[in-house]
Design a protein around this ligand. Sequence first.
Ligand code: HEM
Length: 118
Amino acid sequence: MIYMRRTATRDTSIGGTRIAEGDKVVMYFGAANRDPDKFDDPDTLDLAREPNEHVAFGGGPHVCLGQHLARLEIDAILTEVLTRMEDLEIVAPPEWLASTFISGPKRMDVKFRPGARL
Ligand code: HEM
């Protein structure tokens, strides 16, 4: 998910931009995760980034209710990919999903040597 929208319940400002009550405000989570005011070297993919107060799962009252399940799922799939898909290789340019809301590959053909379950 690329963004979510809120409706301002009162006049306020964010980063010097005035927002009036009733205005629609869009939050781009991916952009926030590369905020140069928050992170050193924000555009480098550093899986060990520390501290890493990212907002991939949102925050506040609407923080992702599924984040613990999502983390388990990601952990499980990466474990399988890294231990059972030897010589994993992308064999054709991935097709990206045509969406302004969800970002991700629609199709990505790969080849690999299947390994045994550990
Ligand atoms: C990598 C996977 C996921 C990502 C990146 C993600 C991301 C997010 C984000 C950014 C929000 C906040 C939306 C907002 O601010 O309005 C959110 C909300 C939510 N997510 Fe996820 N999510 C993931 C997986 C899941 C899963 C697996 C579930 C359920 C099984 C789930 C259930 C929810 C629900 C119910 C909310 C709404 C919470 C509320 O508005 O109170 N999410 N998610």
